[in-house]
Ligand binder design. Structure first.
Ligand code: AMP
Length: 281
């Protein structure tokens, strides 16, 4: 497996495969890889001749009071995991390679980036869209693989591709969970043993929402949100950032249930902010 730190070399490698008629699947990540990331890599392997992965903790998507410096980094372990999966190449650039002196452009996502996570993370999705646009221009993949775990991010990336005319198919892969239902996340490493247990409340709340909608056929979203917030608040260490019921395509809030609907939640467990969602058809 090749590891590129240099963008031009990565570009040339990718271009050579394209010229030889090979299809390229791309998995952008911030590293500290877990089974969630690896599920995207495996899907890319099934669909493409070549699979490329990037590992880059992107500073522009972190707010000034967020965890950029503390974010888990394990590039040696990540490279080991990816080479075991026979990934063809990894892009592992340093900040100065991605954002050289004088870099000033940015993609403005607008309204879609201001809802849900965007409310407590202003500018986050502009940072995501900017780095993803750069990575897409470097790799020029046929397909890019993203996780439904970050539902709003998938919507933003699809919008970026559509509106900026990237010729790339965005493939959204299902949320990978621990046996206890906790969605896998690099940030789970911040949690103490007790917090890990408390964090299962996110999945419990989502399951309760699914039951209210699909089995009890409750259609008043305010009522559903209230019950979900009560479940989350029943955990001492949990604090709701948001519970929202939105249409799964544009993420606009719904008063009454209609398909496809997404229940999206963000919850602080102690100091760690976790997100999760389910889509119901
Ligand atoms: P990150 O390294 O957190 O930026 O994530 C890189 C990609 O992996 C994103 O497309 C995420 O949505 C995806 N991902 C992260 N966690 C999971 C998970 N538990 N299940 C599926 N995909 C995931």
């Amino acid at each position: 497996m090749l590891v590129f730190k240099n963008i031009k070399e990565m570009q040339a490698y990718s271009r050579n495969h394209r010229s030889a008629g090979r299809t390229i699947g791309f998995v952008p990540t911030m590293g500290a890889l877990h089974e969630g990331h690896l599920s995207l890599v495996r899907q890319s392997f099934r669909d493409n001749d070549i699979t490329l992965v990037s590992i880059f903790v992107n500073p522009t998507q972190f707010g000034p009071d967020e965890d950029f410096h503390a974010y888990p980094r394990n590039s040696e372990g990540d490279i080991q995991l990816l080479s075991e999966l026979s990934v063809h190449a990894v892009l592992l650039p340093v900040n100065e390679e991605m954002y050289p002196e004088g870099f000033s452009l940015s993609v403005q996502v607008g309204e879609t980036g201001n809802r849900l996570c965007g409310r407590s993370r202003p500018g986050h999705f502009d940072g995501v869209a900017t780095v993803v646009a750069k990575l897409f221009n470097i790799i020029c993949p046929d397909r890019a693989y993203v996780g439904q775990k970050d539902l709003q991010q998938t919507v933003v990336i699809k919008k970026l591709v559509r509106e900026m005319n990237f010729d790339i198919d965005i493939i959204v892969c299902p949320v990978v969970r621990e046996v206890n239902g906790l969605a896998m996340s690099s940030r789970n490493s911040y949690l103490s043993k007790e917090e890990r247990r408390a964090a299962t409340v996110l999945n419990r709340a989502l399951k309760h929402g699914r039951e209210m909608i699909l089995i009890k056929e409750v259609s008043d979203t305010a009522l559903i949100i209230k019950e979900l917030e009560e479940i989350i608040n029943s955990e001492d260490s949990a604090r709701v950032d948001y519970v929202e019921i939105v249409d799964a395509e544009k993420l606009l809030p719904l008063d009454t249930i209609r398909s496809p609907v997404a229940i999206c939640i963000a919850v602080y467990i102690g100091n760690t902010r976790l997100i999760d969602n389910i889509i119901l058809q």
